[in-house]
Design a protein around this ligand. Structure first.
Ligand code: BGC
Ligand code: NOJ
Length: 811
């Protein structure tokens, strides 16, 4: 069952009912100022950091769900309704929500009044614009009373939820132009050099800044006393809960339309210019921002700029094929989600509060893989930021703060896969750009400028961190965990509330990870290549030798006979082996070891992938492990804390499905790869939205596995490495167009379903038009001509910037 449809021409998903199976959201903003907005106008916005610079309050895990947002109440002859349906839930004659690239437009209609609310964050600005267009479609004159409403948050969103004894007394506002501009200046009197405001470009009939006066102490958002009465109370907040609400009297003749522009802005003021006069804030920066968006033509221009911005970004990789679901995924929604994950890491979504998680070291490097072709310069900056938080021994904080860019200990350190992800990220960046100079950048450790070395030295310490931390079999020690945060082999927690990720009750150097071994072998050729480029031939030689050695170790002690083992635990016992009662096989080492090429020649790779098919594949995707753990295992940690079929315990982790998909292409089985991909790619799941429940335009982290009560139900959409890895899988390996160090590799492998297609790829300033005739024959080598001339192999040499290259590919 569907709850909307794709409008590919406008690059939108159109939701046709307010009653979707879960709030279906969008993200606004692409650099510093961001907003989450649901199809019912729920959500919030923030400057850079959802905890420390949040403008709007949001209520998590609330009843009903999705409370808090930008609400417009319309009182039409005593009846109050919202174009977004929420929060009054008054029945509408028509409803539509269009989520587009960086904007959302919600339209509601009731009794001849059509109200359309456009929300966007203009590129380069720190404001959310709300343009409300009201049209009288009836034959009567309408006298509407319209009320805007947003609720301020005290800006430290954690404090906002916990420290009422203080923050019920700190709230302060200022009111300007009879209430057309409402300022929130809580804590500005002391250490904050920033404030927020909400403006409307019209004369107002009244305003409110105090929540209780607007709502009534015991009223719900759906029955607020001011809109019900039809009159603002001109309240001035003092402590308690400051809000901003404009009251507008809108008279509309039959057929008449009126448009109002609201600016919800954030400004920073230099410390020595904070005050206009004692107690009165300097409003100049707010006035400047308001002046930029106070006319509908300015909003139109901002929308046009946004559309151009996205057209430019998306033109770096696009496909035309006969499969519209494939086209819209690759051309629009997958790269869009990659941008969002790059910006947010795992911080603010409808499954992450924005309070607990910063930018992940591992996460951000992976996000970069799907993002780097969109804005390589930002990827470069991100690499430097991430590497600057690394420790001198190559290990890493697991996350860092987006505002300060400093590593923090909230999720600790000692995840032994983390260092290697930096090499993946840097290699992807250099493949895209050819910017080897980044390796010479001076980058500090733990943000201490005195320690700076070249970025290449960081990679060296990353690589060698693995070699310095090998276990009894010669496999890498796992530390706190590897990619699977929930495989905590040194944790041994018996105490509720102890973090599985930061607790290490047993200290030992025995627990080893076959997954990290696969990563190590996978990244070694890139590392060796870069070392050679920098003139470190010995280091390159050593890397290759160590990688060969690790491959042997994996094939000897990391092989279980039919598939790759997952790990050795603290006691040296196998994890992910047929010797185990539960979780005999895990997905991660099968994907990563085969991607790294381990066992391709010897036949182990094929065996492992056949075992995945047989034991892990389901109707809705590949589960993480099988059989699931049914009991808590103190020696394994969080993985066994989840009920069977959910999350890391045998859920369908959409993040590592693409590893198997790519691995299938490594052994040439394109049909199977494409079939796997379609099981988790959102556009293909639209018809099953009542089961899947989450947005059909973005990937979710997890779909409940075959052992779960609710098999097929997804959770945790948007912020997941799934976005980047699936982009890599589909764009780089199935469609087969990927930048390499010395040329653009063209090697499609996607089975026979999609016969002909064209990929247009811009890279290093040139444009490549790649026309593929695809027979879908398993494992066949492509035949290429470049500008009419046949070439050997699958590597199209990079062309001069500015040129257009025509590639014909038969495969
Ligand atoms: C989740 C993981 C997450 C980890 C670290 C676990 O509860 O299941 O997905 O990576 O916490 O925050
Ligand atoms: C979510 C985390 O963000 C990611 O880093 C991790 O790899 C997966 N969970 C698997 O545990």
């Amino acid at each position: 069952m569907r709850f909307g449809y794709f409008d590919d021409t406008h690059r939108e998903y159109v939701i046709t009912t307010p009653k979707t199976p879960y709030p279906w959201i969008n993200y606004l903003g692409s650099e510093n100022f961001f907003a989450l907005v649901s199809h019912r106008a729920g959500g919030y916005c923030f400057y850079r950091d959802a905890r420390l610079r949040r403008l709007m309050r949001y209520r998590y895990n609330n009843v009903p769900t999705d409370v808090g947002g930008r609400y417009f109440y319309i009182n039409d002859g005593g009846e109050v309704w919202n174009p977004s349906f929420a929060p009054t839930n008054t029945a509408l004659d028509a409803f539509e929500c269009r989520h587009g690239l960086g904007y959302t437009r919600i339209t509601g209609e009731r009794k001849g009044v059509r109200a359309s609310l456009l929300m966007l964050v203009p590129t380069g600005h720190t404001a959310e614009i709300h343009q409300l267009t009201l049209k009288n479609e009836s034959s009567d004159v309408k006298n509407l009373k319209v009320f805007s409403l947003i609720e301020w948050c005290l800006w430290n969103a954690y404090d906002d939820m916990t420290n009422y004894q203080r923050n019920f007394s700190t709230g302060e506002v200022e009111i300007e132009k009879n209430g057309a501009t409402l300022y929130h200046k809580t804590e500005y009197r002391e250490r904050r050099d920033h404030y927020a405001f909400y403006n409307v470009n019209a004369d107002v009939a009244g305003y409110d800044t105090d929540r209780e006066s607007f709502l009534g102490l015991y009223n719900e958002w759906g029955e607020p006393q001011v809109p019900v009465k039809g009159q603002s109370s001109n309240s001035v907040a003092s402590g308690w809960q400051p809000i901003a609400s404009h009251g507008l009297d809108v008279k509309l003749a039959p057929g008449e339309t009126k448009t109002f522009v609201f600016t919800l802005g954030y400004v920073e003021v230099p410390r020595d210019q904070k005050w206009e006069k004692p107690g009165i804030i300097n409003k100049k920066p707010a006035h400047d921002l308001i002046a930029k968006f106070s006319k509908p033509e300015q909003v139109d221009a901002a929308m046009k700029a946004l559309a151009d911005h996205w057209s430019k970004l998306l033109s770096n990789y696009s496909i035309e094929s006969g499969d519209e679901k494939l086209n819209r995924t690759v051309n629009i929604w997958n790269p869009y989600q990659c941008m969002v994950t790059f910006n947010m890491s795992r911080s603010a979504s409808y499954f992450e509060t924005g309070i607990g998680r910063g930018m992940g070291f591992r996460d951000s490097n992976q996000d970069l893989l799907g993002f780097v072709h969109l804005v390589p310069e930002r990827a470069r900056e991100r690499i430097i930021d991430i590497a600057s938080t690394q420790f001198p021994d190559g290990s890493a904080y697991h996350q860092y703060q987006p505002l300060t860019k400093r590593g923090n200990n909230d999720v600790g350190s000692g995840f032994n896969d983390d260092p290697l992800w930096l090499i993946f990220g840097v290699a992807a960046y250099i493949r895209e750009t050819g910017d080897y100079a980044i390796l010479d950048e001076q980058v500090p450790y733990d943000n201490d400028p005195k320690t700076a070395t070249s970025l290449f030295e960081h990679l060296k310490r990353s690589f060698n961190h693995v070699l310095n931390n090998l276990g009894p079999h010669g496999l890498p020690l796992i530390g706190r965990a590897d990619w699977n945060d929930c495989l905590n082999l040194n944790c041994f927690s018996e105490t509720p509330d102890e973090s599985f990720q930061t607790t290490g009750n047993r200290v030992g150097r025995t627990a080893e990870s076959v997954f990290i071994a696969g990563m190590f072998v996978g990244v070694a050729p890139d590392y060796a290549y870069l070392a050679e480029k920098k003139g470190f031939a010995d280091e390159a030689k050593k890397a290759r030798a160590e990688s060969a050695k690790m491959t042997d170790v994996v094939l000897k002690d990391g092989w279980d006979g039919e598939w790759f083992l997952r790990a050795y635990d603290f006691f040296g016992k196998k994890v992910g082996s047929k010797e185990n009662k539960e979780a005999q096989i895990f997905i991660e080492p099968q994907g990563f070891c085969v991607m790294a090429g381990i066992g391709v020649e010897g036949g182990q790779a094929k065996k492992a992938l056949d075992a995945v098919k047989e034991r892990l594949d389901t109707k809705y995707g590949i589960v993480l492990n099988n059989p699931p753990y049914t009991e808590y295992h103190v020696e394994l940690g969080e993985i066994s804390s989840y009920p069977p079929g959910y999350k890391e315990n045998a859920g369908i982790f959409c993040h590592n499905n693409p590893w198997v998909i790519i691995a299938e292409t490594v052994i040439g089985r394109g049909d199977r790869a494409f079939e796997y991909w379609k099981k988790i790619a959102p556009a293909y799941l639209e018809e099953q939205s009542e089961v899947h429940r989450l947005e059909p335009y973005v990937y979710a982290q997890m779909i409940a596995g075959k052992d779960a009560v609710r098999h097929g139900e997804a959770k945790n959409s948007w912020l997941t490495g799934t976005a980047a890895w699936n982009f890599v899988a589909i764009a780089h390996y199935l469609l087969g167009v990927r930048p390499d160090f010395d040329g653009l590799r063209v090697h499609p492998c996607l089975g026979s379903e999609v016969g002909k297609f064209t990929v247009t790829r811009k890279c290093r300033g040139a444009e490549y038009r790649i026309h593929v005739k695809n027979s879908g024959q398993s494992g066949s080598a492509p035949k290429l001509t470049v500008d009419g001339k046949p070439i050997a192999g699958d590597l199209v040499p990079y062309a001069k910037a500015g040129s257009t290259v025509i590639v014909e590919c038969e495969v």
